[in-house]
Design a protein around this ligand. Structure first.
Ligand SMILES: [Zn+2]
Ligand SMILES: [Zn+2]
Length: 709
């Protein structure tokens, strides 16, 4: 027990007449010091028959190791077990536990039936065996037959079974058990940890089961707040994960407090640090997460994956590549998860050259995994390389729902509606889900395929809110406002109004320069959704665009500034980025932080005068704020981040023939027109991905979106 095996062994060997009692003591000591093989060695020399205590210990030793030798010994001991032990509960329980560990469920069940004096330990052992063999339904079946008082072990095992099963039944049983749990178990760390773990697992399944809100995670935090014991590392990990999952005000408060007060010794525990880092990333606290990352002296692959995943979550994907460099410096080899995260980073950034650079590093056997292939389709689609997305799609034999959906979406994003429909029709019916319908309708909508969209929409049996919204968007883009409104009216007969439906209508009305519809829709939006300020600001901008397009600039300006003043909100900051040589360069509007800022501005001036010679006029209706002193319409519009990013490309030598830009918001109409013309004048291919879609600007002066943006 003190870990001094040598002295114990000496004492043991010097004992002449070894009794079962002495053997049992020695075996117990060896097992608790993880020296099970030694138990078997001693057993080979044992000259007396094991009694019931020794036998139970030996079964446990076999269960512990569960290798070939252990299985052989265990079965032999069981076969040779004297008849009278078949009434001994402790022996039977450990025999059953052993068989379950061997995966021999039938024999374990036979012993269970044989046992005439089943106690709670018997039930615990067999249920635990089922859970260990991932037979969660059976575990719960048996649990429901128990008519004995439950002990703390039962709670732990059944919570684990519910966590493993994570379906409707598991939620019902797990929650009931938790509600009825006696007070005294609420101070048992192991019970609470497994309860919290279960709640988190059930919460992950919540979406599939149609549960709303984060009730399970909230409940996990409720439980946590009842703990009055010393926290252990498992508790820290679980609570950090629960807080990360919730990421609401309460979770942020609890998570931060727990982290601040965490004792020094946990700061060397990798698993604890990794989950703390993940939590801070979910809170959007990148700096805090980076601090923990630096603090961690024993970074493992999970650490690296967690921080990169966090960067993706917080739209700072370009930092992932620096982390990758750091990993190779430390000699840590990326695993499948790492590559998946990096592919995700590439999709977010959407620069073809960067993607190619990363893909070249992925080992071939990893590249051939379906999940990776699916991510690759998404990545190529999002950086505008449909051909490569198609190659990845065709290389997959066992396509799943995600494979098809991603390919449909890739076609849709790139304005290839007919191709998207083709893949949708090719997709087996039982694989189609809500996302498939939405992606194909979106693709139709972006390519103006009305007839096909109507047919597909009519054939969908279960039309969800999002599917209906996509159809409304499609109709609005084609200026079929009455038909779109009818869908809204029909929807609202049984549902609460849904803001995005109105936004679709409004942006269609703007493209149609339909003053009447747009005013009507905007007023209705203000009435129905007074608190959705960000959307209302976008709405006000759209309406004011229409006024400007009728030459009523004064009305446009007054309307816009009045509305924005009333709503008292700041618009989201626009960001654009591009890849220059090996670096991702990012701009905000009127950004002068780049070392070549003045050259960029002169290039914008040069481009502008070339454009004006070709008949371009600045479109002031896209200005979303008051023009300050010293500013002009031109200076405000020329400050837009995508124009800066384009200019930076043009001052490179040699001048590129292909430019790629990505941005976090929708591209404005002025920048769209600007880019169309400059692609023609400079005879250059420009791809711009905005929040909504991908624009391919061709040297012939056209855009793949056909101005439906
Ligand atoms: Zn712009
Ligand atoms: Zn376009």
């Amino acid at each position: 027990q003190y870990g001094d095996i040598d002295s114990a062994t000496r004492l043991f060997t010097s004992t002449a007449n070894k009794s079962n009692y002495i053997y049992t003591a020695m075996f117990k000591g060896l097992i608790s010091n993880n020296m099970v093989e030694k138990v078997f060695d001693l057993l080979d020399e044992m000259e007396i028959k094991p009694d019931s205590f020794t036998l139970a210990i030996l079964f446990n030793a076999c269960a512990e190791l569960a290798n070939d030798r252990a299985i052989k010994i265990g079965r032999k001991l069981l076969d040779e077990m004297p008849e009278n032990y078949r009434n001994d509960n402790a022996v039977l329980n450990s025999a059953m536990h052993m068989l379950m560990k061997f995966g021999d469920i039938q024999s374990a069940e036979r012993i269970f039936r044989l046992n005439k004096k089943k106690d709670i330990i018997t039930y615990n052992a067999i249920i635990k065996g089922y859970v260990g063999n991932k037979m969660f339904e059976k575990a719960l079946d048996l649990f429901e037959q128990i008519h004995l008082n439950l002990d703390n072990v039962t709670y732990i095992i059944v919570f684990n079974a519910c966590a493993g099963l994570a379906n409707d039944r598991a939620i019902k049983i797990g929650r009931k058990l938790l509600d009825e749990m006696p007070e005294n178990y609420r101070n048992d760390n192991a019970v609470l940890n497994s309860a919290m773990h279960m709640l988190m697992k059930l919460d992950l399944k919540r979406v599939d089961l149609g549960y709303v809100g984060n009730k399970m995670l909230e409940k996990a935090l409720d439980l946590f707040e009842q703990i009055h014991l010393n926290l252990d590392n498992v508790t820290y990990i679980i609570v950090f994960n629960a807080c990360a999952g919730l990421a609401n005000d309460r979770a942020i408060k609890i998570g931060r407090k727990l982290l601040d007060e965490m004792p020094e010794n946990y700061r060397n525990d990798n698993a604890v640090l990794n989950s703390a880092m993940h939590m801070l990333m979910k809170f959007g606290d990148i700096q805090g997460a980076e601090r923990i990352f630096r603090l961690n002296k024993k970074k493992d692959i999970i650490t690296y994956n967690a921080i990169m995943n966090g960067y993706n979550l917080n739209d700072e994907s370009s930092k992932c590549f620096k982390i990758l460099d750091g990993m190779s410096h430390e000699g840590i080899v990326p695993n499948e998860t790492t590559w998946n995260i990096l592919i995700g980073a590439c999709s977010q950034i959407g620069m073809i050259h960067r993607c190619e650079y990363i893909i070249d590093q992925i080992p071939l056997d990893t590249q051939n995994k379906r999940q990776i292939q699916n991510s690759l389709i998404d990545m190529w689609g999002k950086c505008g390389s449909v051909e490569k997305a198609q190659i990845a799609f065709k290389s997959i034999d066992d396509r799943d729902t995600v494979t098809y959906n991603t390919m449909i979406n890739a076609f849709g994003l790139n304005g290839m509606g007919s191709e998207a429909i083709h893949v949708y029709k090719q997709m087996p019916n039982d694989l189609r889900d809500e996302v498939s319908h939405i992606c194909v309708l979106n693709a139709c909508s972006h390519s103006g395929l009305l007839h096909e969209a109507r047919n597909i929409f009519d054939e969908i049996t279960f039309k969800t809110e999002k599917i209906i919204t996509t159809m409304i968007d499609c109709l609005s883009r084609l200026f079929l406002f009455d038909e779109a409104q009818k869908l809204i009216d029909n929807y609202e007969k049984t549902n609460k109004p849904y803001l995005i439906m109105y936004m679709s209508l409004l942006s269609g009305a703007r493209n149609n320069r339909n003053r009447h519809v747009s005013e009507k829709v905007y007023d209705r939006m203000k009435y129905l959704f007074p608190n959705e300020k960000q959307h209302l600001v976008s709405g006000a901008v759209l309406v004011s665009n229409i006024y400007s397009s009728f030459g009523e600039d004064q009305l446009a300006t007054t309307f816009r500034s009045n509305q924005i003043k009333q709503l008292r909100t700041n618009a989201t900051k626009g960001l654009s980025w591009t890849q220059i040589n090996d670096e991702i360069v990012q701009f905000t509007a009127h950004d002068n932080s780049h070392p070549q800022a003045s050259e960029i501005d002169s290039e914008i001036d040069r481009m502008t005068s070339e454009l004006i010679q070709h008949g371009y006029k600045f479109d002031s209706s896209w200005i979303t704020r008051k023009i300050k002193d010293g500013e002009t319409i031109q200076s405000v519009l020329c400050g837009h981040s995508e124009k800066k990013a384009i200019a930076l490309n043009f001052i490179q030598r040699p001048v590129p023939k292909f430019i790629q830009i990505a941005k976090n918001l929708r591209v404005c109409g002025d920048c769209h027109e600007f880019t169309k013309l400059i692609a023609k004048i400079r005879q250059c291919d420009i791809i711009v991905r905005d929040a909504n879609r991908i624009h391919h600007f061709y040297p012939n002066g056209q855009c793949s979106c056909q101005d439906h943006f």
